[in-house]
Design a protein. Structure first.
Ligand code: BES
Ligand code: ZN
Ligand code: ZN
Length: 522
């Protein structure tokens, strides 16, 4: 069940809720605004606690739970740190909101109330503030419990319950009747944040779930569920993919008993006016064993996440499915299959012909992402002729090694596009770091027998080598950016807004980019 988030008029000291959340900048000892009002109602419990506490200093994402002892209608107050005032930004709002919701979960709250535009957040435009609080709260509330029954062998509920769900989050604003425009802005910002978060949630659910559940067929059906309104979805099967002559994609798929799918999603602006056409392509390997070049490292059991790029594309369309106000024609492409070792699988040394006509020597069957992406990119360029082509893929372990979970790698043929995506990522709370596509890397991919080979002979510049391979399929003059999300897609380093495991990375960057959403500093 999802947590309902609503903007309402009311006073933070009067509101009927199980928990009231208030915030504080680092180092502040005398709270003002809503936090000050709650402090006064509590007989200065907050001020006293701040004077004595070693545990809570208002650091970003730190929380302190205080019992109200009947001094407020709410049973608990959660105080959340906003960090240093001079470092305050979009990420701080999302993180503080997410941390607060997590504290409310530990208190088993059903209804939570917080100020949406009060102390701290007051300097930010109301719609931006509401959007970020809604986004952060839903992202922090998220847990993947779909595959847990919570029952023992006798079918009885275990004493340790499944994740606690908060039913309702109220974003409060005082005297909205006096400020109808502001109230409207808060409501619209909140809805935008919820739509974005719903997209991220869908992407997380798809990435968390296992390879036996999220097969290529199931992934395609998840995309199909978005069909309707401004979105249309077409799904192509094995025969269609053969007719498209996607020999590179098919060569990966043929190692598995699961049939491949190729998904084309389209968002057509209901206004009929599109300022540009953007194609996004997502790698949809539902399990990457490495193929005959079988993986031997620790990463193999998390290779269900190798469809993180596809999940980002589908999640983006999930977010768009709730909206009718984007003035961009968006095309999403998802080539999806498994990479398995079998008697029918690609063999190292095999030579395949891509849809582009170029032949590829497969010297490493574990470099399969680029084999499915190149055909999807060719299809996108030929069939929709996009102004901009963006691909997202959990493409290389090298990118994870270079940048960690903290950032995705970005590279491409158009510097302004790369810079705009990086800026959108910063506002979205998803870092992108540019890696080069130097001409020198082309020598890695020289083949004696085919037009190019799919992997270098050694491990140098692995992410750029993969990017260089993809670049060979980018047509003259095409603006293209490649985003390698291998690090952030599935993380062991949790933040409140992106708990461990599937993060849904990419959805927000793409959405913020397409909508040109402003940041806290506009
Ligand atoms: N799916 C992997 C990349 C990956 C590794 C993603 C770890 C997330 C975490 C990709 O298909 C792969 O195996 N790439 C190879 C390329 C190499 C064979 C040139 C790699 O990174 O080792
Ligand atoms: Zn691989
Ligand atoms: Zn892979």
């Amino acid at each position: 069940m999802t947590m309902a988030v609503t903007v309402e008029s009311g006073d933070i000291t009067q509101v009927q809720a199980d928990v009231v959340v208030v915030n504080l900048f680092e180092g502040v000892t005398e709270p003002s605004g809503g936090t000050g009002a709650v402090d006064a109602a509590l007989g200065h419990l907050i001020t006293d606690e701040l004077a004595q506490s070693q545990a809570f200093k208002g650091k970003l994402g730190d929380t302190l739970c205080l019992h109200t002892h009947g001094k407020l209608p709410a049973r608990w107050v959660v105080l959340v740190g906003l960090g240093k005032a001079e470092k305050f930004d979009d990420t701080a709002i999302r993180r503080a909101s997410a941390a607060a919701i997590q504290a409310c979960k530990t208190l088993k709250a059903k209804t939570v109330a917080t100020l949406v535009h009060g102390a701290g957040i007051g300097g930010v435009a109301p719609d931006t503030a509401a959007r970020l609080v809604a986004e952060g709260s839903v992202l922090g509330h998220y847990e993947f419990t779909k595959r847990k029954t919570g029952k023992d062998a006798k079918g009885e509920a275990k004493p340790e319950p499944l994740a606690h769900q908060i039913d309702r989050l109220i974003l409060l604003e005082k005297h909205t009747e006096k400020h109808p425009e502001k109230y409207e802005a808060l409501k619209q910002g909140c809805q935008l944040g919820l739509d974005i978060a719903a997209g991220v949630t869908m992407a997380r659910d798809l990435v968390w779930d296992s390879g036996n559940h999220v097969t290529p067929t199931v992934l395609a059906e998840a995309a199909r569920s978005l069909n309707g309104g401004a979105i249309s979805v077409k799904i192509y099967n094995q025969e269609d993919i053969e007719a498209f002559q996607m020999g590179s994609f098919l060569s990966v798929a043929k190692g598995s008993v699961e049939p491949p799918r190729f998904v084309h999603l389209t968002y057509t602006p209901p206004s009929g006016k599109a300022r540009k056409k953007v194609a996004v392509v997502g790698k949809g390997i539902t399990f990457d064993s490495g193929g005959i070049s079988l993986k031997t490292n620790d990463w193999i059991e998390v290779m269900k996440m190798d469809m993180g790029g596809a999940a980002a594309v589908i999640g983006l369309f999930k977010a768009l499915s709730a909206r009718d106000d984007l003035d961009v024609e968006v095309h999403g492409f998802v080539p999806t299959c498994e990479n398995m070792p079998s008697g029918g699988a690609n063999k190292p040394g095999d030579i395949v012909t891509s849809m582009s006509g170029q032949t590829i020597e497969i010297n490493n069957t574990d470099a399969e992402g680029r084999l499915i992406l190149n055909d999807a990119m060719t299809y996108a360029q030929r069939h929709v002729k996009p102004d901009e082509l963006i691909d997202l893929a959990t493409l290389t372990g090298a990118c994870l090694i270079a940048l960690g979970y903290a950032a995705s790698g970005i590279m491409g043929t158009d510097q302004p596009l790369i810079e705009q995506l990086r800026a959108a990522g910063d506002r979205a709370g998803e870092k992108l770091w540019q890696l080069p596509l130097y001409d020198e890397y082309e020598t890695f991919l020289k083949s004696d027998v085919a037009d190019l080979k799919n992997a270098g002979n050694d491990r140098q510049a692995g992410s750029s080598a993969a990017g260089t391979f993809l670049k060979a399929f980018v047509e003259e003059g095409q603006k293209w950016a490649h985003i390698d999300i291998a690090g952030p897609a599935y993380t062991k380093q949790a933040t409140p807004e992106a708990p461990k495991g599937a993060t849904g990375v990419g959805v927000r960057t793409l959405f913020y980019y397409l909508y040109q959403l402003p940041g806290t500093r506009a």
